[in-house]
Design a protein around this ligand. Structure first.
Ligand code: SAM
Length: 956
């Protein structure tokens, strides 16, 4: 059967869905030259391409299970639902039928049904397919896609207006090809894959050009100039510059003197600023406006540089993916960041994963309600009014990213809003209500996307990224028609300022009338004697005090979304200085001191939600949000009055596969007002993308329920409290703040161990978590606790000299005075632990962070490192209880995780743990078993099998 026969046969059909659908689709496969569906076996694992694939699904209200059949299923490709309208009231046959609201409501229901079927498919067999096809037999195919395959929303493909392929359209080979690809290799159609590679190549080219220009100009002027150039290249490639455009101009200037180049390019940019005649292009240009052209300065280029610029202009800029382009451009234009051009940025799939539940899902729910209300109207004018009202509302929604970087979240949000707008416009068009030149209701645009960002370069790029995204969309929707002028409105929607803190004045800190400075935190030089990297004394920064610090105000918005910086307290001091860190704490007295920086954004957004000033917010944070310190911010919001609840959470999600990102774990949380249920998505599998994409392919299990502050659904262990009976039994080890304290046995002997009397109390065996889990390093540590510097110098001069050379240089720059002044002592000497362990021949220890949770006995001679949690008990009965499955399960639930490993937190796992009330007989049995466990493990270690290997074997 050829395509013409197929079309003429089916456009006259008018049978029922069941009667015709399978024959129709079978013949379609012939026309597409793809395999036909196979016979059904009834085994879901084997039924990869069948008609009538059975599914057990939950109905709309989630209350009842139902049995359904997918009309046609192809694993990894699509779920197809078919409908066939009978002969229409007006007598038209399907092939002649134009879109009618009534039929569209039927097809819309079929789409909802397909979504329910997909949600019910077994994900251990395959992730959700990327396409839904809704087939009106003999009339149309509507395509919907969700390429991340994570159970997200299927949106019209490629957009709401072009999603429909009519039967007659199949005469166009491009449409046949498209359907064939949906049948055979739909991943190819993922637009982000198609453009990502091209975008990376273009950013690489800009980085080279930027490096080249910096030979003669300052990096800032190069960055400004290149941003104007690339915007001009972009508008040229989307058809907004007349004639031969910027590329033509650059080509004509190749052999001209640099000053001619400058004059011609500046003239063009001045014309773009105001609109009107451009002498350089010999044509009229649109009125572009915007801060980008406020300063039209062009750089005088050498012939080689002008050649490189022309080459960049000749590339195709119209399909750059703004979701990643901004991050790449930020690095390309910054000499210090350029080496990271290949490094990671928030992958687009992750950005979409957060934006969907934060912004798009609630708006879509509103849209579905508006649409249902419109379809229910018998008066078309009233239906149009309801659709228009929603459209108007969509055009006024504002979304804020208060740490917007180069604008990737804002751009992806714009794209989501635009897709939804396309649905709305398509629905209005069904009623004959055509948008007239975007003037009546307006359109979703950049003014709705607000950003805050401290880095001026990133803020400027963010603005550019949003406009580029908007103009791309305009081009895709309206073709060559020019957008309204000015093309860029003159307002700034991205504000370059601090998003969490404001202050009345910033003053240089003085001591004895002199400015206080600090080491800049990163510049090092080689130590003349040891050859080690030590801080460079001369690389200094001023220390500031911030007067009258206050939380910063955010611009009014409906939704807040973003990926604010993660930074622990120690890093914050190093990165921003003591003054800023102290000011932040003073401005936010309700946020606990050790809270990660990102949680200040969370706290602030939660406050706005409670005041009813925003509708939802969603942030990417570290996965430590579910752990003790950061969790307090979430717990306070959930327990507050009025309360806030989590609408969506992923507690533990991978970051990227790039070398330095692989171990980082993130969380996503979306909050809404009120005490309501949400969706908890737990990652059940993750794998690298075969095509080198940095985003991991992730599979989720979703549970509905009230989400607790520790990002669990179910029993809430966040309220557990420390028990008196466990008080002063557990403590972390010492924290050195100076690797120079650690010595090998050989060096210890040189320093006097074994020869100098009394020194054995000060050079002791030392173990950290890795020494316990893997092969021990066998190192010792210089522990001068209880001695003054003078006593050390007099009694152990060699040790003194060693500490002066290997510890003091770093400690001199420690942010805390007490650590600078007591440089010969550990940063945390932990007298409490010493007191607790005194007199015990052995004690119990467990690594704070480890893949397997086990407890061991350590000999009294060993000083534990701070990554070991130590329990001052020598009775094997306790070792037995702690090693029991009961305690390990408790510890996993109540403790946290670091990166991808569970963490045993003293305050959460030990202090509140209720030891069983065992009688003497039971204690005896447990004690005996624990001694055997201890002996067995020690013997295996002596034979070279590490504890991790022993527990890996058990886990198999
Ligand atoms: C993790 S990045 C996220 C950027 C971008 N959305 C992304 O995914 O790559 C955090 C951004 O917050 C900015 N930032 C850091 N501290 C800030 C502050 N106090 N106020 C506003 N922005 C800040 C940084 O400059 C950076 O661009």
């Amino acid at each position: 059967m050829d395509i013409d026969q197929f079309i003429s046969k089916w456009e006259r059909s008018a049978g029922s869905e069941q009667g015709n659908s399978q024959t129709y689709l079978g013949e379609l496969c012939e026309v597409l030259e793809v395999e036909k569906p196979r016979p059904t076996t009834g085994d879901p694992a084997r039924d990869a391409y069948v008609f009538e694939r059975g599914v057990d699904y939950l109905d709309d209200d989630g209350a009842r299970r139902r049995w359904g059949r997918i009309d046609l299923y192809k694993r990894d490709c699509f779920v197809l639902e078919s409908k066939q309208g009978r002969r229409a009231d007006d007598g038209t046959l399907p092939g002649e039928r134009q879109a009618r609201p009534g039929m569209d409501a039927v097809l819309e229901r079929a789409r909802a049904q397909a979504k329910q079927y997909i949600a019910a498919l077994d994900r251990s067999i395959a992730p959700p397919p990327p396409f839904i096809i809704i087939c009106d037999v003999g009339a149309t195919f509507d395509l919907y896609a969700e390429f991340t395959r994570t159970g997200g929303e299927y949106t019209p493909y490629p957009d709401a207006r072009a999603k429909r392929i009519r039967l007659g359209d199949l005469r166009d080979p491009d449409n046949l090809d498209l359907l064939r690809t949906v049948w055979t290799d739909p991943a190819q159609l993922d637009p982000s894959r198609q453009t990502a590679q091209a975008t990376r190549a273009l950013a690489g080219r800009l980085a080279e050009l930027s490096r080249e220009l910096e030979a003669d100009h300052s990096p800032d002027s190069v960055a400004d100039f290149l941003m104007r150039c690339l915007f001009t290249m972009f508008v040229e490639d989307v058809g907004l510059l007349p004639g031969s455009g910027f590329t033509g101009l650059l080509a004509s200037l190749q052999d001209r003197p640099p000053e001619v180049f400058v004059r011609a390019v500046e003239e063009l940019w001045r014309a773009m600023k105001t609109g009107g005649w451009s002498a350089s292009l010999l044509d009229t240009v649109l009125h572009f406006n915007g801060p980008l052209f406020a300063n039209p300065t062009a750089l005088p280029l050498t012939p080689a540089q002008a050649g490189a610029l022309l080459e960049a202009a000749e590339a195709d800029w119209q399909n750059v993916d703004p979701a990643i382009f901004g991050s790449l451009l930020e690095r390309a234009l910054d000499p210090r960041e350029r080496h990271k051009l290949g490094a990671h940025y928030t992958p687009r799939a992750y950005v979409e994963r957060l934006i969907e539940p934060t912004v798009i899902a609630p708006l879509r729910a509103e849209w579905e309600a508006a649409q249902a209300a419109a379809y229910a109207q018998s008066d078309p004018a009233r239906a149009v009014e309801l659709l228009r009202r929603f459209h108007q509302r969509l055009c006024t929604v504002r979304v804020l990213d208060p740490a917007c970087g180069s604008g990737n979240f804002l751009y992806v949000t714009l794209e989501g809003l635009k897709r939804l707008e396309n649905d709305v416009v398509a629905a209005r068009e069904q009623y004959g209500d055509h948008e007239r030149g975007l003037t009546e209701i307006g359109t979703v645009g950049p003014a709705q996307l607000l950003g805050l960002e401290v880095n001026p370069r990133a803020a400027a790029i963010a603005s550019l990224v949003v406009w580029i995204g908007y103009l791309q969309w305009h081009r895709r929707t309206y073709g060559a028609a020019s957008p309204p002028e000015p093309v860029l409105d003159g307002d700034r929607y991205i504000d370059c300022r601090d998003a969490v803190l404001t202050w009345r004045e910033r003053r240089i800190r003085l001591e004895n009338g002199q400015p206080v400075t600090r080491w800049d935190g990163h510049t090092t030089i080689k130590h003349p004697t040891t050859g080690l990297d030590v801080p460079d004394e001369n690389a200094r920064e001023l220390v500031y005090d911030y007067l009258d610090p206050q939380p910063a105000e955010w611009p009014q918005a409906d939704y807040v979304v973003g990926n604010p910086p993660f930074m622990g307290i120690a890093m914050m001091r190093a990165a921003f200085g003591d003054g800023y860190t102290e000011a932040l704490r003073a401005a936010y007295p309700d946020v606990a001191d050790s809270t990660d920086l990102v949680m200040y954004w969370w706290h602030k957004a939660a406050g706005l939600l409670r005041e009813g000033r925003i509708r939802r917010f969603g942030f990417i944070t570290t996965n430590s949000i579910a752990q003790t310190f950061s969790r307090r911010v979430v717990a306070a919001a959930l327990a507050g009055e009025p309360p806030v609840s989590l609408a969506f959470a992923i507690p533990d999600h991978p970051w990227v596969d790039a070398a330095e990102g692989a171990a980082v774990r993130i969380a996503m949380t979306v909050a809404q007002e009120g005490h309501r249920e949400g969706t908890l998505a737990t990652v059940t599998a993750e794998e690298k993308h075969a095509d080198g994409d940095e985003a991991r392919a992730v599979t989720f299990e979703r549970v509905e329920g009230v989400i607790n502050a520790d990002l669990t659904v179910g029993v809430d262990v966040t309220g557990i409290v420390a028990l008196q009976s466990n008080r002063d039994l557990a403590n972390r080890g010492v924290c050195l703040f100076g690797d120079g304290f650690i010595v090998t046995p050989e060096l210890a002997a040189e320093l006097g161990l074994g020869t100098v009397p009394g020194i054995e109390q000060h050079i002791r065996n030392y173990r950290n978590g890795k020494d316990i889990t893997d092969t021990s390093r066998g190192v010792l540590v210089i522990d001068l606790f209880g001695l003054t510097a003078e006593q050390v110098r007099d009694r152990y001069p060699a040790v003194y000299q060693h500490v002066v050379e290997y510890v003091k240089p770093r400690r001199d720059h420690n942010a805390r005075k007490v650590r600078r002044e007591n440089w010969w002592l550990f940063g945390e000497t932990n007298p409490k632990l010493r007191e607790m362990l005194a007199g015990l021949p052995r004690y119990i220890a467990t690594p704070e962070t480890a893949k397997h949770r086990f407890f061991v006995f350590l000999d009294e001679s060993i000083l534990p490192d701070n990554m070991l949690v130590n329990i001052a008990l020598d009775d094997a009965y306790y070792l037995g209880v702690l090693s029991s499955r009961w305690h390990v399960t408790w510890a996993l639930a109540s403790g946290g995780t670091l990166e991808d490993r569970p963490r045993y937190t003293k305050t959460r796992c030990f202090d509140p743990f209720p030891f069983p009330a065992a009688d003497e007989g039971q204690r005896g049995v447990i004690r005996e078993l624990a001694e055997r466990l201890h002996g067995h493990r020690v013997a295996a270690q002596a034979a070279g099998v590490t504890l991790t290997q022993q527990y890996n074997a058990l886990a198999r």
